[in-house]
Design a protein around this ligand. Structure first.
Ligand code: SF4
Length: 296
């Protein structure tokens, strides 16, 4: 039986009646978390190495690779999902992903808000793994925001070269460092307004810093994984990150948003890849309408 599949009698393995949750226009029965084997555990078993890092945007062969269009098996027509039902479904997805990825957290190595801000700026169009190879030497050399502002032209560019777009990133790091030093006494500000006023800092970077460095769970980090999964899960129909964030904020309460974004990112890397989502191995499959999913 696939992970999360309904039991024939509509009861959990523990013999409890299973609640029903609407998925799009369908209603599915939500199994208990006891079936959710950690995706991380399965990945470690496959690799034979404990705690190994998940590869960025790795494809994979689905056991159902020949299916041209995946649909929820319980596709009987039901009334359209209400907003409250969608909120409950989002909550159930959160719980399942939390059980599947118990170690999910920010993948950018950092110790201070400044280090996280710098790492997040460097992560644009790059991978967390690549950024983590560059930042140890950088953080050892540049201790304060003013250090970045003072860095000689050409030097910082060389040091961050491997993260890509090094000229514009170096320019933004110098300018953001100067602004933090001059306008915030050298401390990274902890409000959305002040953060997004810094050069090179948009809502995504600001949300990363607010949620992970300051514990302020206000917005929702929307990167490529969060955008893709939010659409497939039917949480949004938008393509614009700001509108996607607005939809997710409405569905997910404060206190869950930062971790939920990490969970979606980890799930996007491990199972729900852009080109070949492994729906047959997905712990939230019974809750997912799989909007727009095609598997060749
Ligand atoms: S892998 Fe498939 S079932 Fe799971 S979230 Fe992605 S689209 Fe939905």
């Amino acid at each position: 039986m696939p992970l999360g599949a309904d039991l024939p009698n509509g009861r959990s393995h523990a013999g409890e009646a299973l609640p029903e949750v609407a998925v799009g226009e369908n209603v599915v029965r939500v199994d208990s978390a006891v079936q959710i084997r950690s995706v991380q555990d399965r990945q470690r078993e496959r690799r034979g190495a404990p705690g190994g890092e998940v590869e960025e945007e790795r494809g994979g062969q689905s056991p159902h690779g020949q299916i041209l269009h995946i649909e929820c098996p319980t596709m009987a027509k039901k009334p359209r999902e209400t907003f409250e039902e969608k909120k409950r479904r989002a909550s159930a997805v959160y719980r399942r992903l939390k059980a599947a990825y118990p170690d999910a957290k920010c993948a950018l190595d950092h110790r201070t808000p400044l280090e996280l801000l710098v790492a997040t700026i460097l992560s644009a169009q790059s991978t967390d793994k690549m950024v983590n190879t560059v930042t140890p030497a950088l953080f050892k050399k540049y201790k304060t925001a003013a250090d970045y502002a003072r860095s000689p032209r050409g030097v910082l560019e060389r040091e961050i070269h491997s993260t890509g777009f090094f000229n514009s990133k170096a320019k933004n790091l110098r300018a953001a460092g100067a602004a933090i030093a001059a306008e915030h006494g050298g401390r990274v500000p902890d409000t959305m307004e002040a953060l997004t006023a810094l050069p090179g800092v948009g809502r995504k970077t600001a949300n990363v810093v607010l949620g992970n460095a300051f514990g302020k769970d206000e917005g929702f980090v929307v990167d490529t994984h969060v955008a893709r999964l939010s659409r497939r899960l039917g949480f949004t129909r938008e393509a614009d990150p700001v509108k996607i964030e607005r939809d997710l904020i409405a569905l997910v309460p404060k206190g869950r948003r930062t971790l939920f974004a990490h969970l979606l990112i980890w799930h996007g890397r491990a199972i729900c890849a852009a080109r070949k989502p492994l729906c047959g191995e997905c712990p939230v499959e019974p809750l997912c309408p799989k909007v727009g999913v095609r598997i060749a």
